[in-house]
Write a protein that binds this ligand. Structure first.
Ligand code: NAP
Length: 312
């Protein structure tokens, strides 16, 4: 690719937000260049079944959903680079985006680098991921009908997801490493009142136990006296926070205190004119494939109108 050529738009990140932005931008004749990353597809690539994405009445797997979105973007001539962006310079236009030594330039940029769920960091947790271990109750909760499950975390996400899981699970064990919770008072009250939730404080999960195919129990350690115990459960939800993938944009774009990109309310505009953000990289509230896709559409429309206003 010619390092002196200037793209109309570069899209960084290839989950549902980026791919939807690509479909819209391509259909608007912006010939988007998508730098999709080495682990293309984002969080959906580690999601087994997606039953809540409208249009798929029989459900769809996360990777299949990404695959059809990507094909749709390709059909309208989106070009893809399957590598990671290593550096950006948004201080002047055209914007500069490096992939290793290769420089790409663009009149506008859409950022859709997503967020990554934090994991406890156990080998056994990795082994049983998608076989009972999940980081998304909204995505996977319904697969645990009448099963006893556990959720780890003491924040709003853990409490919200624990309550959500009681719709399906026969019992939900909420495991927290301390005896005070970060969650808001209202979420704590709701959780403590829920008869299907049992709270276990000062406990850490030290191992996920299973039969090779699925989770059967957890090994816990008491943080005070280090006593070890076993908890029989069929599923483990990890809700210890997400990390937005924004390291590239530190000191470049405005972020909130947790590192999420700030967008102007009701739009995808960042604080740099011509740079737009969509999906989980700017949303810690909804974090759904469909909301990511919706904001990807917003970013492409904002971008197209902004380029038009610049005379491009
Ligand atoms: P969070 O508030 O950062 O809480 C993460 C929890 O996970 C903490 O209790 C933390 O324990 C625990 N944790 C972290 N690392 C751990 C590890 N390695 N092992 C075991 N436990 C670990 O994250 P969040 O709950 O995802 O919330 C993120 C933000 O979104 C917050 O600002 C939250 O208020 C907001 N949110 C709001 C709503 C709502 O308003 N409805 C819903 C969801 C999220 P410690 O407390 O010991 O550090």
């Amino acid at each position: 690719m010619d390092q002196n050529s200037v793209e109309k738009v570069i899209i960084i990140g290839s989950g549902p937000a980026g791919l939807t932005a690509a479909i819209y931008a391509a259909r608007a004749n912006l010939k988007p260049l998508m730098i999709e990353g080495e682990e293309a597809g984002g969080q959906l690539m580690i999601t087994t079944d997606v039953e809540n994405f409208p249009g798929f009445d029989k459900g769809v797997t996360g990777p299949d959903l990404i695959s059809v979105m990507r094909k749709q973007a390709e059909r309208f001539e989106t070009r893809f680079i399957t590598r990671n962006v290593t550096k950006v310079d948004f201080s002047q236009r055209p914007f500069k985006v490096w992939v290793g030594q290769t420089l790409h330039q663009a009149e506008s940029v859409i950022i859709s680098t997503g967020a990554s769920a934090k994991w406890i960091g156990l080998e056994s947790e990795k082994q049983y991921r998608n076989r009972g271990v999940s980081a998304c109750a909204t995505c996977d909760g319904a697969f645990f009908k009448n099963v006893e499950v556990a959720i780890v975390g003491g924040g709003d996400t853990a409490m919200e997801e624990a309550n959500f899981l009681t719709r399906f699970a026969s019992k939900v064990h909420l495991i927290h490493r301390r005896d005070v919770f970060r969650a808001s008072k209202i979420m704590q009250d709701r959780t403590f009142k829920n008869p299907k939730i049992q709270i276990h404080t000062n406990k850490e999960v030290t191992e996920v136990l299973g039969n090779g195919k699925q989770v059967t129990a957890l090994r816990l350690s008491d943080t005070a006296n280090k006593a070890s115990s076993e908890m029989p459960v069929g599923g483990l939800f990890v809700a210890i926070g997400h990390r937005p993938n924004t390291d590239l944009f530190k000191d470049v774009l405005d972020m909130d205190e947790n590192g999420y990109l700030k967008t102007k309310p009701g739009s995808s505009y960042t604080n740099v004119a011509g740079v737009f953000a969509a999906g989980d990289v700017q949303d810690h509230v909804y974090r759904q494939a469909i909301t990511a896709a919706g904001t990807g559409c917003m970013a492409a429309i904002d971008c197209e109108r902004w380029l038009e206003a610049q005379g491009n």
